[in-house]
Design a protein around this ligand. Structure first.
Ligand SMILES: CC1=C(CCC(=O)O)c2cc3nc(cc4[nH]c(cc5[nH]c(cc1n2)c(C)c5CCC(=O)O)c(CCC(=O)O)c4C)C(CCC(=O)O)=C3C
Ligand SMILES: [Fe+2]
Length: 328
């Protein structure tokens, strides 16, 4: 297949205090997130002047990727400027017919995968006539370019006797059940990545736990939460924790608030030594990975990967379906 552009697809984040509530309303529209949760998360953003680091991180990633590709690069978000529809309109005006897209999510699940396909469909419909076609790059949870930066991060702070704890964004258990072609692929991929990172760092024992739970309390989400897990570890006599947020590709707000602030505070209260491993960000191996993933699609380059779960280029229709939303 030949493509005439590369498109980075991401979540988006506010870039000032006035953006916070409109951004959060975009994220949560029709998703049954309680108002109190919304207001609490708005406070997290306000601690950073209403600016999420995610947009700057995506600009940096795009700048690093551009010289590694033979294609013009573009960037469009789900929830904030530059919105995907505006980007697709600009691409059409630049003469782009068919783009290869990379979402800033390594894993399966509605939020991390199918929802990006829906974003693309909606944005193309909004642009209408001449809107570029967009294909999406496969999950990369087991690509060495994603795994190795975490391995180095763990090694850099490892102390014998510490507990290695991997974290990822919690999702509703129903969303995990319908993730991937046979279900539960979100948790399966995360376990695979965790095992690969732990093995690379030479650590035998590790845990996979969850962070950043949203949604109403009566809806079950993946557990345990990192904070509850720290309590359990401390009660069991553990004295040091190394936390590796393998659910994310950059140190955005879910990392710098939910881990560096909340979980670090919990650890301090419990007398636990706490080290948090960086995400890949613009690590040269991660940047090279993106070029390799594009080459898989354009030149039929072999897939470089270290896991064994199946991966695929195009998602089948039943994969990661949108959650059934009850109207109340
Ligand atoms: C799986 C997953 C990822 C990882 C994959 C990926 O990266 O895509 C992720 C990433 C992110 N989540 C982010 C922010 C938020 N997520 C929310 C809410 C939700 N996340 C969900 C899932 C995920 N989210 C879900 C199922 C919801 C419930 C609402 C719904 O069904 O959609 C809310 C609403 C308020 C609240 O937290 O309740 C916010 C503000 C940011 C931006 C951070 C920044 O600004 O720096 C990023 C990268
Ligand atoms: Fe989220």
């Amino acid at each position: 297949m030949s493509y005439d552009a590369f498109l980075l697809l991401s979540f988006g984040g506010p870039e000032g205090p006035d953006d916070v509530m409109p951004f959060l309303e975009n994220v949560t529209r029709g998703r049954g997130v309680p108002r109190e949760r919304l207001l609490a998360v708005a406070e997290h953003y306000r601690h950073f002047g209403g600016v999420s680091p995610i947009n700057e991180q995506n600009r940096a990633l795009l700048a690093a990727v551009e010289p590694a590709l033979d294609l013009p690069v573009y960037w469009g978000n789900r929830n904030w400027h530059p919105f995907l529809a505006d980007t697709l309109r600009r691409m059409r005006d630049d003469g782009v017919r068919r783009a290869i897209g990379l979402a800033t999510s390594a894993y399966s699940s509605y939020s991390a995968c199918r929802q990006y396909w829906e974003d693309i469909d909606r944005a193309r419909a909004e642009v209408g006539e001449g809107a570029p076609e967009v294909d999406k790059i496969r999950h990369f949870h087991d690509h060495p370019g994603f795994v190795e930066p975490f391995v180095d991060g763990v090694k850099a702070v490892w102390t014998p006797g510490a507990r290695l704890v991997f974290t990822a964004h919690s999702i509703p258990t129903s969303m995990d059940e319908s993730s991937g072609p046979e279900g539960h692929r979100y948790t399966a991929q995360l376990r695979e990545t965790a095992g690969l990172v732990a093995a690379g760092a030479g650590v035998a024992e590790w845990d996979l736990v969850w962070q950043s739970r949203s949604g109403p309390p009566h809806v079950p989400w993946l557990e345990p939460d990192i904070n509850d897990h720290l309590e359990a570890l401390a009660a069991g006599g553990v004295s040091a924790v190394v936390a590796a947020p393998i659910g994310f590709v950059s140190d955005h707000l879910e990392v710098i608030w939910d881990l560096d602030n909340e979980a670090a505070e919990t650890a301090e209260k419990l007398g636990l030594r706490w080290d948090r491993v960086p995400t890949p960000g613009t690590d040269p191996r991660f940047v090279r990975m993106i070029a390799e993933l594009v080459a898989e699609r354009t030149d039929g380059a072999p897939r470089r990967r270290c896991g064994t779960l199946p991966v695929w280029d195009a998602c089948q229709p039943g994969c990661c379906p949108a959650p059934v939303r009850k109207r109340t």
